[in-house]
Design a protein around this ligand. Sequence first.
Ligand code: NAD
Length: 478
Amino acid sequence: MQVDEALIRNVVERVVTQLGNNGAAAPVGGGLQGRFGLFTCVNEAVAAANEAFDRLSRGTIDDRRRIIDHIRRISIDQCVELGTMEMEETKIGRLEHKIEKLKTLGLRSPGVEFLRSEVFSGDHGLAVIEHAPFGVIGAITPVTHSLPTITGNAVSMIAGGNTLVINPHPSGRRVAAEGVRRFNEAIYRDLGIDNLICVITEPTLETAEAIFQHRDVALLCVTGGPAVARAAMQQRKRAVVAGPGNPPVVVDETADLDRAARAIIQGAAYDNNLLCIAEKQVFVVERVFDAMMSAMERASAVRLNAGEVDALTRAAIDTVGEGDHRHQVPHRDFLGKDAAVLAAAAGKQVAPEVEMLFGETDESNPFVPVEQMMPFLPFVRARDVDHAIDMAHRSEHGFRHTAIIHSHDVVNMTKMGKRMDTTLFVKNGPSMAGLGLGGEGYLSFSIATPTGEGVTTPLTFTRERRCSMIDSLRILGK
Ligand code: NAD
């Protein structure tokens, strides 16, 4: 299926016709109904989201639940169509996972059930702490999961009582606009509120900056790599920053190697390694290194020899920037591509269904420090577990995002957990188990790392408000 550029144009044209304004800016604060969240102008988008916030604020928690149910239903029922659009537009990842991600976000994103209040009850009465919305949230979303991030953000932010204006990644803007249009249209038809989720249909760095600076945007939530994370942290308003990761894996001599191999492939191969939590480099203690390489082959990963690893490294890793800013990055022709495409660059033919390549490298191979987002894993020999943890720590760059260990030694697990100091630390499972997918806990595709909120929920997007009753209403005691 082709992504339908005409579809987006049609919607915009229909909207313009409805407004009868021949494309001129709609009046701010009025006439923004019927746009279904599609805007080219940041000021208009924020005005529309603000108007929607007023409407939402007058509604009930049950209204929020109904709104979210529409987002969930569309993400689940239309996951094949929308996932295919995302794949066709972004051209990275794997189709079955694009589809599955939308369904999973629709099913599992934390909604109003996460809201709660706290109470202090004592001799001087009662204090109730409630969680109030911020208002309009400015959201920046990545190309690796364009509509899935929007789906998860919209569910959690609206559950918290907020509305949002999104600047999507330009390479995922069409599917972002189409998803947002569908969400808003369904919500509008049921509850008569439009523009709860607004998207900039032609996003640029300038529109991102305009959202950052807008006085009516109360909070930012940024999901992306180092540049946007830095930009968000420099803003004067509060930002929830879901920044980059480079998750290392340590395998020690006590691990169940076959289980470890299956888990590593499951996490690292998912959507061709696009997940920020996905296993990116593996450090294995010398005593079991060769056995672990065999376990990877038994689990259907294909091993590259030293010459093939060199050829792949030359093709797939670029050097960019000048002087102090010179650094290595994944080559865009290989980022998120299938293992077969990477293998061809390494001079090897593999079947299209092969999910994962791997090979032995040393610590200095760029696949180790670079957040490569490709289905090739470098395996590095470590003298012992301390050496493995040291290298894992260096390779993570202090992002404090995600780390994984395969071990049955609690001392080793504890040592690594303390040293890595990451937001997610997964033991004996695939990385996604840390998001409740095969493990306990809950899911979000915005994991706030440098700013510390962790796996975001509706409460992340709320302000505490305290209401105190002095000397009354406590029905216990004197
Ligand atoms: P990216 O940083 O290239 O882009 C992310 C978003 O930021 C896009 O919308 C882009 O247009 C925008 N952007 C980039 N530079 C900007 C700037 N200076 N000012 C304003 N906006 C800017 O990242 P990507 O390739 O789209 O996504 C992959 C990255 O995102 C990886 O580093 C991954 O680890 C990270 N990520 C993190 C999480 C998390 O929860 N922590 C989730 C998903 C992805």
